[in-house]
Design a protein. Structure first.
Length: 559
């Protein structure tokens, strides 16, 4: 199976398998291969790799920062073993060892890093077909329900070990947690001749065994999840040992079990799912036709199979938790810059309400309603996503701001919450200037692309005290800043016209050391304030944006 590998040979090495068909690559969690990128150079849906019978092909999905093969920018390109594939700034190497023969001849020279290699064997080539080790029926002579090839002990022991190895390999890949119990029972019924089987796991909240999958050897059997004996399953969970009940209806340990009587259970086996010291569930099988159906060999094998299943389930659970953690971190990074996300990861309590001084930035698209009225809703959304990516990912975050929310075509960003720095106001104003320059560049790019898009934005900034913390219900919360400071920033933005940046007097005082070109305005009356405000227009076109970007990003990176 081909795969791509990132950070090869380092502690951060990551291998991503490529499956037959289309494999999508990007930051979005709905991709086949989700790539975390601190530099944010990847698009949400950046590229795709197609695995076909004719070869492997990589295609760029109109990403912002491009896709490269061996440092050459591509739209679509066929891949070969060893190619370096770069998505934005993230580099992978393609490994497709199926192109090599297992045995090396003298004429073949493969890159071996100076090693003397006598033979190469692909793991896939060394795997066995489980059906080659199994019979269609269990051996009557042995009395075992194991459908294992071989008549003597040595042959059967070898076959059992090889079957367990194959089971381990089939359960090794990260499965969907909910689908794994079904897969375990499918393997079980291929290997053992049992009437019914059920896999139960302990509910983390209640501590009660809950059935997660069941299988019947008779496809016409009536599905009834209550067929198993709770007395037996609870006994095994509590004791932690696998058991055989050769004649379940007469076993004094379970003589009061209604399920054994009602279901006519003649014989049962049950093994704990025990990846470590504590059982997480049980694996139960039974027989309805005859008592004394199971033997020591059967129980030993069921126990080994249960051990493999328990490890697979625990690994799948860990994988699920890792995915949840990735989702949680991704959500954090959508609203907070990398430095703030790191602080939160270190243990910051965002549920605590604090009073802090911030500089709030409101940005709005001028004439947005009129401009988008004739556009299809999908096109409007695509346009806003493109616009917000530049404003937030390329400017707000690199300048140390926190995204509080999107409000239709407007955005609200804050400096000083939840992480406060001495130059918050300076970074916020610099970000506003950079946003106006970026808007100018976006308009030029759209013109070159032949797109009928020309827009302008107006921005307002204000500095002052707020109450900061999470707001909402227990299950749905949002980190926000509340106070008159935020309201005034919104009003200042409304007072600014297309292409303008207005700042309050409180913000002007905090950025005095910048010596920015400012124009003092006439006192302006805004909604919600009895007294008019003293505002200043930032003459952003007179600012060297390259020098501004260099100084601001250097300042933020060193914090």
């Amino acid at each position: 199976m081909p795969y791509i590998i990132q950070n090869q040979g380092t502690p951060h090495e990551r291998i991503c398998d490529l499956r037959q068909g289309v494999n999508t690559v990007g930051r979005g969690l709905d991709n086949s291969i989700v790539v975390e990128d601190d530099a944010r150079s990847l698009s949400r849906h950046h590229a795709e790799i197609q695995v076909t019978d004719k070869g492997l092909y990589v295609s760029d999905l109109n990403s912002s920062n491009g896709t490269f093969v061996n440092q050459i920018k591509i739209i679509q390109q066929k891949l070969t073993h060893g190619d370096l594939v770069q998505f934005g700034s993230v580099v992978f190497r393609l490994v497709d060892e199926s192109k090599y023969d297992i045995q090396l001849s003298k004429e073949q020279e493969l890159p071996t890093s100076g090693l003397s290699i006598l033979m190469r064997v692909s793991p896939e080539k060394s795997r066995v077909n489980m059906q080659d080790l199994l019979k269609q029926q269990s051996l009557k002579t042995s009395g075992s329900v194991l459908m294992i090839q071989g008549n003597d002990d040595s042959q059967r022991t070898s076959a059992k070990l090889r079957v367990l190895l194959e089971v381990s390999q089939q359960l090794a890949s990260p499965e969907t947690y909910s689908a794994l119990p079904e897969k375990i029972l499918e393997l079980l019924l291929k290997i053992m001749s049992v009437d019914r089987a059920v896999l139960l796991l302990v509910d983390e909240k209640t501590g009660i065994l809950e059935p997660k999958a069941y299988k019947f050897s008779n496809p016409d059997a009536i599905a009834d999840l209550n067929f198993y004996s709770r007395k037996i399953t609870n006994f095994v969970l509590k004791q932690g040992d696998a058991i055989i009940s050769d004649d379940a209806s007469g076993d004094i340990r379970f003589d009061s079990s209604q399920s054994i009587i009602q279901q006519s259970i003649q014989a049962a086996m049950c093994a704990p799912l025990k990846p470590r010291d504590k059982a997480i569930g049980v694996l139960y099988v039974d027989n309805l036709s005859r008592g004394y159906a199971y033997h020591k060999e059967d129980l030993e094998f069921l126990t080994s199979l249960a051990n493999q299943a328990a490890i697979a389930i625990e690994n799948a659970n860990l994988y699920r938790n890792m995915q949840s953690e990735v989702i949680r971190r991704t959500k954090l990074e959508r609203f907070f810059p990398a430095a703030v996300s790191k602080k939160i990861e270190e243990g910051w309590d965002l549920n605590r309400i604090i009073e802090t001084e911030v500089t709030a930035l409101f940005s709005d698209i001028s004439g947005f309603t009129e401009m988008t009225a004739p556009m299809q809703p999908r096109k409007v959304l695509e346009f806003l996503n493109e616009y917000f990516k530049v404003m937030v990912e390329d400017i707000v975050f690199p300048f140390g701001g926190t995204l509080e929310k999107y409000i239709a075509d407007a955005l609200l960003a804050v400096w000083g919450s939840p992480y406060q720095k001495d130059d918050d106001a300076i970074m916020a104003v610099n970000a506003a200037i950079a946003m106006q320059w970026a808007m100018k560049q976006l308009n030029e790019d759209w013109t070159e692309q032949g797109r009928d898009l020309q827009i302008q934005i107006h921005i307002g900034l204000n500095s002052g005290m707020v109450a900061a913390g999470n707001i909402g219900s227990e299950n749905l919360i949002q980190y926000t800043n509340i106070g008159d400071t935020m309201n005034v920033a919104s009003r200042i933005c409304s007072a600014a016209k297309a292409g303008e940046v207005f700042i309050s007097e409180s913000t002007m005082i905090k950025i005095s050391e910048l010596n920015l070109p400012l124009e003092k305005l006439e006192m302006i009356k805004v909604k919600g304030k009895e007294e008019p405000l003293q505002l200043y227009r930032v003459l952003w076109e007179n600012v060297d944006v390259k020098e501004l970007l260099s100084k601001s990003k250097t300042s933020f990176a060193s914090s």
